[in-house]
Design a protein around this ligand. Structure first.
Ligand code: DUC
Ligand code: ZN
Ligand code: ZN
Length: 456
């Protein structure tokens, strides 16, 4: 064996038990109560610790051109930070250029990611243009191993309702899953213009121009179309209460509608837009009111929300400052890739959710939904993506101890009881007690296929 993790409490989405894990060639080779008779040079004693599957962050924007700049974390910094927060796979959004075939998008972004990634990664293609044979080109991406796509209902690169519908229809035909950023573009633009014309340009008006119903209404429309086609749909960064209700209803009716939320919506409310540093919290959708936050937690506990992912898209302070007095100039996005798993596990550690639930939403469900069959669980035969977690370690998040390239974080000062102490990516140590131990280029592109048997 190459690695033996002994005496820990092993956590899966279904159970917790004391045991040992043996790793050979990057794969979990054995799990048992006492594997001490198997010879192994590299033994890690996890007495008093939890042993968990690495998290899968199904939503990052690394090196993404956006808001007049490029997000602050490239593929190396973003995956380095992921490793240090116990995330062993990231799904990045590869945004299509106009006139570009879907597989070419994947290849273009993979050329950037492959030499840099420190943990494994996958792509969703962000669809902008389906004219001519571009819609049909989705099939090549699926055959290559990228069976998930995203459409934006907002931004200048967002798609029209008609294009969204065609993409859903095509996805159904070729066995793909569509992710959607759901907000009503027309309403956002109208409200933005109205507030600006009244001289109301403080960051608070970013929130005001995207009120709760702007997201809810788009959730409703997106779900309606998916239902009409009986096509699966994954709603990214769900943040509002009404949207949660729409998802719950569609699930009850038996439709394959999945929902993701993000740690920022679980932890912050729209009150952050009253702070002096409000611009740093500007992301879309914005943080919502307390009622929505409560609904998100309830939905997560009940299984209406399937996954937690980050929408990691940090910008530097000087870039956020462009919009200090004019919210329209603030690049949208916040950091999170290093914080998600520690945050959710701290919620488990203080009893708000179970550790099994944290594993389910941060690892097992994203693996299942997106066809990452070799990941998402501590099971013999799966990749040895393993996190050792010390439930007694206290940690206060500070930008200077994070492993990103950003210069500020919305999580600054957040106190967590319990913290990851080691991360292994396919059996290789990539994080050890505060220090990154990995290397660029270690991470591999995970090719996937979606099969109904992968799903619950
Ligand atoms: N929202 C953000 O805040 N940033 C990146 C993209 C997005 O949809
Ligand atoms: Zn989005
Ligand atoms: Zn996003």
């Amino acid at each position: 064996m190459d690695l033996m993790i002994k005496n820990g409490t092993i956590v899966t989405e279904k159970e917790m038990f004391r045991g040992d894990i043996a790793v050979k060639d990057g794969i979990i080779a054995a799990i048992g109560k006492n594997l001490s008779d198997i010879p192994c040079e590299n033994v890690v004693d996890a007495e008093g610790k939890l042993v968990l599957p690495g998290a899968i962050d199904a939503h990052t924007h690394l090196a993404m051109p956006f808001g007049g700049t490029i997000s602050a974390d490239g593929y190396y910094a973003g995956t380095r930070a992921a490793a240090c927060g116990g995330t062993t796979t990231v799904f990045d959004f590869a945004l299509q250029d106009f006139n570009e075939k879907m597989l070419d998008v994947v290849k273009r972004r993979d050329a950037l990611a492959a030499p840099e990634a420190a943990v494994d990664y996958a792509f969703h293609v962000g669809v902008k243009d389906v004219h001519g044979d571009l819609l049909d080109s989705m099939k090549e991406a699926v055959e290559f191993g990228v069976p998930s796509f995203k459409v934006f209902m907002v931004y200048d690169f967002g798609v029209t309702d008609g294009v969204f519908y065609q993409v859903l229809e095509k996805a159904k035909e070729i066995g793909a899953l569509i992710c959607v950023h759901a907000e009503n573009n027309e309403l956002v633009n109208t409200l933005v213009e109205r507030y600006a014309s009244e001289g109301k340009t403080a960051p608070w008006y970013h929130y005001m121009s995207r009120p709760e119903f702007v997201e809810a209404e788009a959730d409703f429309r997106a779900i309606s179309w998916a239902k009409s086609l009986d096509a699966p749909l994954y709603i990214v960064h769900l943040a509002n209460k009404k949207g949660v209700e729409y998802v719950a209803k569609a699930k009850e009716e038996g439709y394959q509608i999945y929902a993701e939320t993000c740690p920022q919506y679980l932890n912050f409310t729209c009150d952050v837009y009253k702070r002096d540093d409000a611009r740093n919290f500007v992301c879309s959708p914005p943080m919502k009111g307390q009622e929505s936050q409560d609904a998100l937690w309830k939905a997560l506990k009940q299984g209406v929300i399937d996954t937690v992912a980050t929408d990691h898209c940090p910008f530097q302070q000087s870039e956020k400052d462009w919009g200090k007095d004019d919210f329209r100039k603030i690049p949208n996005g916040c950091a999170g890739v290093e914080n998600m798993y520690p945050y959710m596990l701290a919620k488990a550690n203080n009893g708000e959710i179970t550790f099994m639930k944290a594993v389910e939403v941060c690892s097992s469900n994203p693996a299942r939904i997106f066809g990452c069959i070799q990941k998402g669980s501590l099971t013999v035969g799966k990749d040895a993506d393993i996190v050792i977690y010390d439930p007694e370690k206290d940690f206060t998040v500070a930008c200077e101890t994070m492993h990103s390239d950003y210069d500020h974080t919305i999580w600054e000062g957040t106190k967590l009881h319990g913290y990851p102490v080691k991360t292994f990516s396919r059996g290789r140590l990539v994080y050890d007690n505060g220090e990154f131990k990995g290397e660029p280029g270690w991470g591999k592109l995970i090719k996937r296929s979606l099969s109904p048997k992968n799903l619950k």
